[in-house]
Design a protein around this ligand. Structure first.
Ligand SMILES: NC(=O)c1ccc[n+]([C@@H]2O[C@H](COP(=O)([O-])OP(=O)(O)OC[C@H]3O[C@@H](n4cnc5c(N)ncnc54)[C@H](OP(=O)(O)O)[C@@H]3O)[C@@H](O)[C@H]2O)c1
Length: 232
């Protein structure tokens, strides 16, 4: 797709990876609706702030009604509670599923007619290497990202009928608020946003942003023994 001529809607555009997406889309010449729970937190000149809480269906519908011409949707908003599957608060686990799975689904359903009316366009779902592998204290987040991965694959087929391309971005840790407590090598979110936008422009369906994502994806073929040797 021609990003420079696109009209994009980015969720969670006020900080982290979403802000990089919005900033780089503007730099490429796109019209950008910058979605945020608090639209006053959008500080990008030229962006059109728009209120959206992806866990609130009424808010999602209102955001779709308040925008026009959208042919690129980036489902970026995300939350990570660190709750344990076994002992964590169920409300935290539900929040992760509500945000990543039901939230991205609600946004897709709300914007699908607008995408169709504007030539089909593209959807980019920000997933994670944790769609494919998990470990304690990211179990709820991983389950939500795995659900969002499955959703992405199904919607890609369903939305092909209206000419909409659906892409998935898989990435390991990025240097944002979400991973500020993590002591590990982290990707630069500006670099990830750039490579993801380049891939969307090229029509790529599965975007692997780092070696970790490539290694884990390759490990899927080896089954549980390859990905979870500690459990064998
Ligand atoms: N950071 C990583 O290591 C990493 C790795 C792989 C994938 N990801 C994914 O990358 C995406 C961006 O995350 P990030 O690293 O940029 O995290 P971040 O810095 O914590 O930003 C999260 C963004 O999502 C927004 N958000 C959260 N819940 C929302 C809701 N219900 N409705 C609307 N917006 C909501 C936040 O808005 P508020 O300011 O209102 O809270 C914020 O703008 C997420 O999907 C995340 O799962 C992150």
């Amino acid at each position: 797709m021609d990003i420079s001529a696109s009209t994009a809607f980015v969720t969670g555009a006020n900080r982290g990876l979403g802000r990089h997406f919005a900033e780089q889309l503007l730099a490429r010449g796109a019209t950008v609706y910058a979605g945020a729970r608090n639209p006053d937190s959008i500080d990008l000149a030229g962006a059109i702030p728009i209120a959206i809480d992806v866990t609130d269906p009424a808010s999602v519908e209102a955001a779709a009604r308040a925008s026009s011409g959208v042919n690129l949707v980036i489902n970026n908003a995300g939350s990570a509670t660190g709750a344990s599957l076994l002992t964590g608060d169920l409300a935290d686990l539900r929040l992760e599923m509500d945000t990543h799975y039901f939230g991205s689904l609600a946004v897709t359903r709300a914007f699908a007619p607008q995408l169709a009316a504007n030539g089909g366009g593209s959807i980019l779902n920000v997933l994670s290497v944790l769609s494919w592998i998990t470990f304690p204290n990211v179990g709820g987040y991983s389950a939500a990202k795995a659900a969002a991965w499955s959703m992405t694959n199904e919607l890609r087929i369903e939305l092909a009928g209206q000419g909409t391309t659906v892409s998935a971005l898989h990435v390991g840790y990025m240097d944002t608020d979400m991973a500020r407590h993590v002591e590990a090598e982290k990707n630069d979110p500006a670099v990830v946003a750039k490579l993801a936008l380049d891939a969307v422009a090229a029509g790529e369906l599965e975007i692997l942003a780092d070696d970790l994502s490539r290694q884990v994806q390759a490990g899927l073929a080896g089954g549980v023994a390859a990905l979870y040797p500690q459990a064998a």
